[in-house]
Design a protein around this ligand. Structure first.
Ligand code: GLC
Length: 597
């Protein structure tokens, strides 16, 4: 729909509505959800690793910030080979993080403060220390114990070659051969991730029954829903056929490993900005059978009160394909990784936003917005790198370093853009402080299996997982009472500490707070989106849209642009300078929210 409006200053603006307001009441349609990575949020017991009592003690910070819900990355019993995404017991808390009583206390305190809680569910694989896998190794080929996982005979003479050519997302082969009871090399098992993360066989009804029981365990304890890890990977194509593409996690593949969307042959083409989702077209991703799993889970959640929700971590494209996970009887929302991976450019962002809204509207699901998480270089640092060159797979001291000031300016503008959009938004812990990636972390400290399995070619994800700075004057910047910290914090973190920002007008923290308050006040989450073209500010480097009574302008270009007169400015990501004629200017890399008429 296109409307032409005559403005008082005789400027002709064109408005194209791409999304209309959605009055549905479910909380998850509009929620701002804050991701807590428990290892690095707050350490209660002083061992240098964050824990559940540490989180509970800091819930006041989240309430003050003004978010609606938390998503906790895994806290289950785990050998921690992949930061807890290797679960050994889905019904217990790892002693590193506390106890089930601590989890209950966290839930109760969050709910008392009006915050909902999502927990992470990891159904694609277990830890190799899970009793099922221990039993599978002890049992014989063909046994019921092995049938919960993907054990296969090898190829070639003596079965010495893996059953197919699949690679691990973290690098290296996707299969590992086991030693049988007689001491001889035997079957192989599939692990799409680390060797200690064996993939489950989701065609086995016992696996499905177990996970439904796990869902109920946590729903009974009062969780408001689940973030579902690798939601597009559970079911593999029948026969596990060879695939000549490569999948890498959340960043652009190394040169020579690029597989472009829809083309499964490796090519040496330069990675386009959004190629990573295209890495997930192989026979291990996005198979039809996964939808049956989520339909069953939907039914389980529907038995409970309070609009419990399922959130898909699914690297699936194009958008309409991702939307299939959000059909009315499946999951409730999915991370919008196309938004996260878009370059800092108005046309690229406009395309992604329009595509996402139209694909999600087609199935009646909310669109989500996300800029950072525990798997990607923090957006503050990403946006301080040259744009359009794809996602970095971690940054080390020897790599080109991001422009920290530029990155922060863009990050703040990106955050105000994200928080003005209709739908649900995700905030990764520390982004409300403007934290950069730790880009000079000592390689000796790295714990991410990506660093190891890539043969030390990909620095991996430790740089975005560094413990948070709460206080500029305390040991470990207030993260831990003893000053211990499982990853060391860069010196610059002191400047970003919460105590340096709280109550300071214009600080990143206060800007997030103001945006979250206004988002609620103007009901932007359930609002609409109409692109505005033709404003005096309208150039190819500007995004301009209206959501309810709020005009949002983002300047991704290199020159300052005049703000239309007579607007009541609500919040800005930078202070606006005045032009000679008295008009406000929107500087480069800035977002402005203004109230219209
Ligand atoms: C998801 C998680 C990531 C983990 C992987 C394997 O992508 O977000 O942290 O390593 O799954 O579980």
């Amino acid at each position: 729909m296109a409307l032409v409006t005559e403005r008082p200053d005789d400027t002709t603006t064109t408005t194209s509505v791409v999304h209309t307001a959605n009055p549905s009441p479910q909380w998850w349609r509009t929620a701002v959800i804050y991701q807590v990575y428990p290892r690095s949020f707050a350490d209660g017991d002083g061992d240098g690793v964050g824990d559940l009592p540490g989180i509970t003690a800091r819930l006041g910070h989240l309430a003050r910030l003004g978010i609606d819900a938390l998503w906790l990355s895994p806290f289950y019993r785990s050998p921690q080979n992949d930061g807890g995404y290797d679960v050994a017991d889905y019904r217990d808390i790892d002693p590193l993080f506390g106890t089930l009583a601590d989890a209950d206390a966290l839930l109760a305190e969050a709910h008392r403060r009006g915050l909902r809680v999502l927990v992470d569910l990891v159904p694609n694989h277990t830890s190799s220390e899970h009793p099922w896998f221990v039993a599978a190794l002890a049992a014989a080929p063909g046994s019921a114990e092995r049938a919960r996982y993907l054990f296969r005979e090898g190829r070639g003479p003596d079965g010495a070659e893996p059953p197919n050519n699949w690679r691990s997302v973290f690098g290296g082969p996707g299969w590992t051969r086991v030693t049988e009871a007689d001491g001889r090399p035997g079957q192989w098992y599939l692990h799409l991730f680390d060797v200690t993360q064996p993939d489950l066989d989701w065609t086995n009804p016992e696996v499905a029954a177990e996970f439904e029981s796990v869902l109920r365990f946590w729903l009974d304890r009062g969780v408001d829903g689940f973030r579902v890890d690798v939601a597009h990977g559970l079911v593999k194509a029948e026969g596990l056929p060879d695939w000549h593409g490569t999948s890498v996690l959340l960043h652009s593949p190394l040169e020579g490993e690029v597989s472009v969307a829809g083309v499964d042959e490796p090519t040496t083409e330069t990675a386009p900005e959004r190629v990573q989702a295209g890495n997930h077209h192989g026979p291990m991703w996005d198979q039809e059978g996964v939808h049956e799993v989520y339909r069953a889970w939907h039914r389980v959640l529907a038995e409970y009160d309070g609009d419990r929700a399922l959130v898909a971590e699914a690297w699936v494209e194009p958008m309409p394909r991702l939307a299939r996970y959000l059909r009315a009887d499946e999951m409730h929302q999915a991370f919008n990784f196309a938004f996260l991976t878009a370059a800092w450019s108005a046309p690229a962002l406009r395309e992604v936003i329009t595509d996402a809204l139209s694909a999600m509207d087609a199935v009646g699901a909310p669109t989500t917005w996300v800029l950072s998480n525990h798997d990607v270089v923090r957006h503050t640092s990403r946006l301080g790198l040259p744009q359009g060159e794809g996602m970095p797979g971690g940054i080390g001291a020897a790599d080109p370093q991001p422009d920290e000031e530029l990155g922060l300016r863009r990050a703040r503008a990106a955050a105000l853009l994200m928080l003005s959009l209709p739908g649900s938004a995700y905030v990764y812990q520390g982004e409300e402080l403007g934290l950069p990636e730790h880009t000079t972390l000592d390689d000796a400290e790295r714990q991410d299996p990506v660093w190891l399995r890539s043969g030390h070619t990909e620095r991996g994800r430790d740089g975005c997982r560094v413990p948070l700075p709460w206080s500029s004057t305390q040991p470990a910047l207030g993260f831990s009472p003893t000053g211990a910290s499982w990853l060391s914090q860069p010196e610059s973190f002191a400047g970003y500490a919460l105590d340096n920002q709280q109550g300071v007008p214009g600080s990143t923290f206060e800007t997030y707070r103001a945006a979250l308050r206004l988002r609620r006040e103007f009901a932007l989450g359930s609002g609409s989106l109409a692109w505005v073209d033709g404003l005096p500010v309208g150039t190819a480097q500007t995004l301009a849209f209206v959501n309810r009574e709020v005009l949002v302008l983002t300047n991704t270009g290199t020159t300052a642009l005049p703000l239309p007169a007579d607007l009541d400015v609500l919040v800005t990501s930078q202070q606006l300078p005045l032009a000679e004629d008295g008009a406000w200017l929107v500087p480069p890399d800035t977002t402005v929210w203004a109230r219209i008429g």
